[in-house]
Ligand binder design. Structure first.
Ligand SMILES: C[S@@+](CC[C@H](N)C(=O)[O-])C[C@H]1O[C@@H](n2cnc3c(N)ncnc32)[C@H](O)[C@@H]1O
Length: 456
């Protein structure tokens, strides 16, 4: 159907029933079989919508009025948090969010013709204010430097002060840094002309340690008024242990550049996870929800049924969180990770916790796994915790060649998880029991889960 033949046009209004929710949390309605994706609409509702954009095979719309409201709607939330990418599921009551995540995995398994049960999502008791990290874009609006979040599918910044899912102390720090930058007339980055100074403010805060790191990402090499800015941040935020300028001169959506300049304090902050101490640098991945991460790793280790004698691979090992928390339960761990700073942190973390039976290798997991298979390494258990794009075919083949008793797959993207499970199945490894979703990212559409594979 061409756009001309679409049964709707921009600005038209309709009363529709919402019958589904996309994986991005948009309500779905149909007009003459033509799908309409409606921001901030909940399945089961009848809503009056206004069409905002028409493409050849679908259209987008906004809610003008909710005519029949779903019991699952949470009205107790600021609409900006739903329409920006911050908390797109916050318009659903929490039990409905947990169900949505379980159903996401079930639907994707069905598409792959995989008959695997999915357990109920393990949720949080208090699913707000959990994020230990913020990365907030900085832009100029009406002549003033603002921090906030982009409206969904756009680069229009919505100024925000309460981010709802971030540690409130982090929100406070972002707003404080914003005020200090304003006070000294530091220019915000202008992405159209690729001019200006500050692109992003990143804040990390240790959940247990309360140590704070402030990273000011700049387009320019120099941060004007650097000394006074540092002094004022330290005076206003006594938890700060590290102030870093990260330089990113590229025309890119990638947030951090490679060069870090320590403006004051340490290169890293420290926090504790499952009783171990971790150093966390600005460029290293560290799970953003420390409370559920402890559950996730405990569960992953339980599911691996470790007895103490195992040789284990931890592919995509980051700063060594999985490797080091399971090391005391096994004979030897081999970790592989692509980011040099994360490998440095991982080695330091092993030393700091006096853990000797872990070896970290810098490299691509897909290449290192092939090397280990060729070297005839015979791990008993392989943990994989890849980024959203999932595993490669060569990694899956190498993992199977090493013939482990178990492969524990921790996934942050059910689409690539189910794709990879299908490939493992072809090679004789199948999921034991059910897939377990764990809600690492409440109020958002992200779905984290654990699957354990065994040779059939
Ligand atoms: C989801 S994180 C998991 C990190 C760690 N397991 C944790 O829970 O803290 C994925 C990690 O994979 C790393 N990574 C991305 N692509 C990679 C690749 N091709 N080979 C190895 N590591 C990679 C990222 O830098 C990141 O640290």
């Amino acid at each position: 159907m061409s756009k001309k033949n679409a049964p709707v046009s921009k600005n038209q209004q309709f009363d529709v029933e919402i019958f589904d929710l996309t994986y991005l949390g948009m309500g779905v309605a149909k007009i003459d079989d033509f799908p309409i994706f409606v921001a901030n609409a909940v399945p089961g509702e009848t809503v009056k919508i206004g069409i905002t954009k028409v493409a050849s095979s679908y259209a987008f719309a906004r809610v003008i009025k909710v005519l029949v409201e779903s019991d699952n709607r949470n009205n107790d939330v600021d609409a900006d948090l739903v329409t920006t990418g911050i908390a797109p599921l916050a318009n659903l009551k929490y039990p409905a969010q947990l169900k949505f995540k379980q159903q996401q995995i079930e639907a994707l398994l069905k598409k792959q013709h995989l008959d695997i049960p999915v357990a109920e999502t393990i949720g949080m008791e208090n699913p707000f204010g959990y994020r230990n990290k913020a990365q907030v874009p900085v832009r100029e609006i009406k002549g003033q430097l603002e921090t906030g979040f982009y409206r969904r599918n756009s680069h229009n910044l919505v100024p925000i002060e309460n981010y709802f899912i971030q540690d409130p102390e982090i929100d406070k720090a972002v707003n404080t840094v914003r005020d200090i930058l304003r006070k000294y007339h530091v220019a915000a980055y202008d992405e159209v002309n690729h001019r200006g100074v500050v692109r992003t403010v990143m804040v990390r805060r240790g959940y247990y340690s309360h140590e704070m790191m402030i990273v000011i990402v700049t387009k320019s090499r120099k941060l004007p008024m650097q000394e006074v800015i540092v002094d004022e941040i330290r005076a206003a935020l006594p938890e700060v242990k590290s102030i870093i300028q990260n330089i990113n001169q590229e025309k890119t959506n990638v947030i951090l550049g490679e060069k870090n300049v320590v403006l004051w304090g340490n290169k890293v902050i420290f926090d504790t996870l499952l009783g171990l101490k971790f150093a966390i640098g600005p460029n290293s991945f560290y799970q953003v929800n420390p409370q559920t991460t402890e559950n996730l790793y405990t569960l992953a280790a339980q599911k691996a049924e470790l007895s103490g004698d195992e040789v284990v691979i931890d592919a995509y090992s980051g700063i060594g969180t999985i490797s080091l928390t399971i090391a005391p339960k096994v004979k030897q761990v081999y970790g592989v990770e692509i980011v040099p700073g994360a490998i440095d942190d991982a080695k330091r973390n092993a030393d700091m916790n006096n853990i000797k039976n872990v070896k970290f290798t810098l490299g691509k997991a897909e290449e290192q796994m092939v090397k280990w298979a060729e070297a005839d390494l015979k791990p008993d258990v392989i943990f994989v915790d890849p980024p959203r794009k999932g595993l490669t075919g060569e990694l899956i083949t190498a993992a199977v060649e090493m013939a482990p008793k178990k492969i524990v797959y921790i996934s942050c993207n059910p689409a690539t998880l189910t794709r990879d499970l299908e490939e493992f199945k072809q090679l004789g490894y199948e999921v034991k029991g059910s897939i377990q979703p764990v809600d690492q990212f409440p109020q958002t559409t992200h779905v984290e889960s654990i699957a354990v594979l065994e040779k059939k």
